[in-house]
Write a protein that binds this ligand. Structure first.
Ligand code: B12
Ligand code: SF4
Ligand code: SF4
Length: 365
């Protein structure tokens, strides 16, 4: 009798796995999978990455528990109750050309993840909550009583790509991005930690092979070796996360990037046939794909607040965006920016003024 009950519970849990996948699809995710909430060899690289200083000024990456161990290096430190990780991924690709494909020197480059109307954190979390709700509402009552779940998009102490790999959603490429064989790497990830012991999917095999395009294409040599990225050199970090001045030796390599960078994904052969997203939130907003640099450099406090109210671009703040626009003007080879840079060189914001002086000198002004 006891084993009969046990078997029935096991089969119910396997039904829950099917339920999860169905709920993820209904919530609008393109891919989903289940990973064990276990420590894996990939996570062993994390402490070395932190110790090498590759997180730069992103101090939240270094959060530690009471014993002084890095929280992100093991789920057992932050969620000892977790048994499985439900990984969901949504495509944010659009049919617009690469951000760097515009040759108009007046315009800057914003990476494609930030072209949409809504911040992806909100768009993905809302969908994860729907999956969580489906789990709660539709799973057998005896499982519900002990169910614990927690959803994260970026902000939790979880190295999401590692769990995405072990959930079969994709492999971690040499550019460190999570790539799916059919959808490419223009994917946002979200994870639901759960106390349910669900049968894991198989990890996705690495399909990078002998390719090294991303490493060669990176303008600032931020990919130190396959699978190893130094944030301090990455344009995405410099334009979004770095506060104050950007080191001078990296500015020329930034080109006209003003927010994020897509180059190591643009060159990836697995993105050649990447489909466009159907999620309305990620539809490009007019003006954001290749914004006018002069507009960004002179944007007022009110216009910044209004324009980027729900956009991930908020994160760099008005100061960061104007600083980035000044550097991009310096890299534009367009002397028409000189009068504007003259004005910006006396800006009340130090990092904007200093970047504008650098840009003037670079344009020969
Ligand atoms: C911090 C962070 C950044 C930092 C650092 C990036 C990085 N590579 O770590 C910066 C600001 C640079 C950044 C940039 C971008 N990010 Co980001 N970022 C994060 C965040 C919050 C944490 C990542 C992390 O834990 N890094 C720690 C390092 C150690 O992890 P890792 O590089 O992935 O390393 C793994 C392997 O490479 C390998 N490894 C590491 N060292 C070594 C050494 C050896 C010898 C070997 C063999 C392997 C190996 O094991 C590691 C795991 O331990 C995640 C969200 C999350 N909570 O996970 C989003 C996240 C990774 N970012 C995301 C995105 C979209 C981007 C950008 C594309 C945005 C843009 N267009 O500008 C770029 C991509 C740049 C790139 N090539 O990675 C997505 C990625 C989706 C995807 N398909 O991969 C995520 C998952 C956010 C999300 N929820 O969707 N990001
Ligand atoms: S996002 Fe840009 S700067 Fe960062 S590793 Fe990729 S190509 Fe290099
Ligand atoms: S460009 Fe090549 S090496 Fe880099 S992630 Fe794509 S397949 Fe892998």
């Amino acid at each position: 009798m006891e084993s009969e009950r046990g078997r029935s519970l096991a089969s119910r849990i396997s039904d829950v796995k099917a339920l999860v996948k169905q709920a993820a699809e209904q919530a609008g995710f393109d891919l989903s999978g289940i990973a064990p909430a276990a420590d894996t060899p990939d996570l062993e690289h994390f402490p070395a990455w932190i110790a090498a200083g590759h997180a730069g000024e992103m101090k939240y990456m270094e959060a530690r528990d009471d014993q002084g161990s890095l929280k992100r290096a093991s789920l057992s430190r932050v969620a000892p109750w977790a048994r499985s990780v439900i990984v969901c991924a949504i495509n944010y690709n659009t049919d617009k050309p690469y951000s760097t494909a515009v040759h108009d020197s007046d315009r800057g480059w914003i990476s494609r993840y930030a072209w949409g109307r809504e911040d992806y954190h909100d768009a993905v979390l809302r969908r994860l909550k729907r999956v969580e709700d489906s789990l709660r509402n539709e799973m057998p009552a005896e499982l519900q009583a002990t169910l614990t779940t927690r959803s994260y998009v970026d902000t939790g102490p979880v190295v999401e790509r590692v769990f995405a790999k072990y959930s079969g959603v994709g492999w971690i490429g040499k550019n460190t991005c999570l790539i799916n064989q059919k959808k490419g790497s223009w994917l946002f990830l979200g994870v639901i930690l759960t106390s349910l012991e669900l049968e894991p999917d198989l990890p996705a095999p690495d399909r990078c092979g002998s390719c090294t395009r991303c490493i060669e294409a990176c303008p600032t040599d931020a990919i130190l070796a396959p699978y190893q990225l130094d944030s301090n050199k990455c344009i995405s970090y410099l334009t979004i996360e770095k506060r104050g001045s950007i080191p001078e030796d990296l500015r020329a390599g930034m080109g006209r990037h003003v927010f994020g960078c897509d180059i190591c994904q643009d060159v990836c052969p697995w993105n050649r046939k990447a489909p466009a997203s159907t999620a309305p939130e990620f539809e490009p907003r007019p003006g954001l794909v290749n914004p006018a640099l002069a507009w960004l450099a002179e944007i007022s406090v009110e216009e910044f607040r209004e324009t980027f109210r729900e956009s991930p671009i908020r994160r760099t703040k008005r100061t960061g965006l104007r600083r980035n626009a000044a550097i991009a003007m310096g890299n534009s080879a367009n002397p028409e920016f000189l009068p504007l840079l003259d004005k910006l060189a006396t800006d009340e914001d130090d990092s904007v003024a200093e970047s504008a002086s650098w840009a003037k000198a670079r344009l020969g002004g």
